[in-house]
Design a protein around this ligand. Sequence first.
Ligand SMILES: [Zn+2]
Length: 135
Amino acid sequence: MTVVVATLEAVLSGTAIATGPVGHCVRCSTTVREGDAVGLSASQTADHRWQISRLYCTSCRPECLSASTRGVHKAIVHARAGTITDVTTQRSWLVCLDPTCVTIAGVNTETATTRSQRPPRHTQASALSQTPPSE
Ligand SMILES: [Zn+2]
């Protein structure tokens, strides 16, 4: 098996968010169309694939996860709805465009982490601290 490391945004970009050319918000049933800002709830399956489990309209899209994740990777993603059309079958469906992960919950914690609150990585700083003094 080949393991490819990618950001959640890269994994979800272009993923189907509805089975047809329009979708519906799970909270208020508003119709979601191409070009609309949307919220998505995504979770990771046992075989490490990410799947979109819920679609929200602009008004209803959450900023954070509401329930305990119980050791499962879950994320809230804000994105834009686009459409892909298969000209052969004349079928089109909504897809996730320009996704931004706003909240992600890890395997070892039940606490959701907001990406913007994470401290930046300082790999160079940690490498410097391991350098023995020169004197
Ligand atoms: Zn809604």
